[in-house]
Design a protein around this ligand. Structure first.
Ligand SMILES: [Zn+2]
Length: 328
């Protein structure tokens, strides 16, 4: 079954309903940057028929390790297939995303306001936090004059549960402690280790498409300023960054954008990006923040925007940012 999944063109192998919803209808394709379909050999491991008529096709993406060690397993993923039924449809087999099928089989859901929440059966739905999230969305859309729209919000204790929901049995990931994480893809939010109120990803859902010309430090900075990061507030992250920078006077903030992360909980992009987004808002309110959010995607454009909007010259960033963190 070659569904040309690397292509966003219409596919005769994929079901029509999902293709009508989005040109990037194959959700597995969106899972990986830049794409799952980057030329790994694919091996079908099993095809299992379920009582509801769907067949689960399990495939391994990976290949032989050129160094002669054990094989590389990039990912083991599932899609479903079922023949069309109904008059004139001729029993043609079509492919289906795993997510809506697994969701209906195994997860619970609750719709409140703009958000449909999906969660595993062990989770006790917290209506108060769900209301709080809707309040955040209303406030955000009003502040930035963008329309509200429905969102699917998936939450589980661990990233593995979210992967399985999306049809991924295994994915090569790094090792380390489990930590709260969120991700937004179009109008879908996936959160692990968090609850009904994780506003950071909603900032991405509602604002990013209106501001395509912003640097990653701006989009993550604004999302962290307005919605925190990893379930913690901007101030929580800034206190950690301030302590770290005081202990490391050698860290040179004139090369701000080359700094990645403090540790697995705090990222400079989110924390210092949030500090700078908040400073722009403090100076000129939402209208200046909106201009900052259109100031360009390149690193050069970001440094220029810091000077234009905050009077921060790049050569002075090390001193000035450390001053801005002095209260933490
Ligand atoms: Zn983010």
């Amino acid at each position: 079954m070659r569904a040309r999944p690397d292509s966003i063109r219409h596919s005769v192998f994929w079901n029509e309903a999902e293709q009508a919803q989005s040109p990037r209808f194959d959700l597995l394709e969106r899972e990986f940057e830049p794409t799952l379909y980057r030329g790994f050999p694919v091996q079908v491991l099993s095809v299992v028929g379920y009582p509801d008529g769907f067949y689960q096709i399990k495939s391994l993406f990976g290949g032989n390790n050129p160094k002669g060690r054990s094989p590389i397993v990039f990912c083991i993923a599932n899609v479903y297939a079922r023949p069309d039924s109904g008059a004139g449809l001729g029993g043609q087999w079509r492919l289906y995303n795993a997510l809506p099928i697994n969701r209906a089989r195994f997860w619970n859901s609750q719709q409140l306001g703009h958000v449909t929440f999906y969660y595993p059966p062990y989770h006790i739905f917290n209506k108060q936090k769900a209301r709080q999230l809707n309040g955040f969305i209303d406030g955000l859309c009003k502040q930035f004059t963008v329309p509200t729209k429905p969102v699917d919000y998936y939450m589980a204790d661990t990233p593995d549960e979210l992967r399985q929901l999306r049809g991924i049995d295994y994915e090569a990931t790094g090792s380390g402690l489990l930590k709260p994480t969120g991700r937004a893809i179009d109008n879908q939010v996936f959160c692990s280790g968090l609850d009904e109120f994780y506003p950071h990803e909603l900032v991405h859902v509602y604002l990013d498409s209106s501001y395509p010309n912003q640097h990653p430090w701006v989009s993550e900075g604004v999302a962290t300023y307005l919605g925190g990061s990893r379930g913690q507030s901007l101030d929580w992250h800034l206190a950690r960054v301030a302590t770290h920078l005081r202990a490391h006077p050698d860290i040179d903030l004139t090369n701000l954008l080359s700094l990645v992360s403090l540790d697995e909980f705090t990222d400079y992009r989110y924390a210092l990006g949030g500090l700078l987004a908040r400073a722009v808002f403090a100076k000129g309110g939402t209208s200046l923040l909106k201009q900052f959010m259109q100031s360009g995607r390149s690193d050069k454009a970001y440094y220029a925007a810091l000077e234009q909007f905050l009077g921060l010259k790049r050569a002075e960033l090390n001193e000035r940012l450390r001053e801005m963190l002095a209260g933490y």
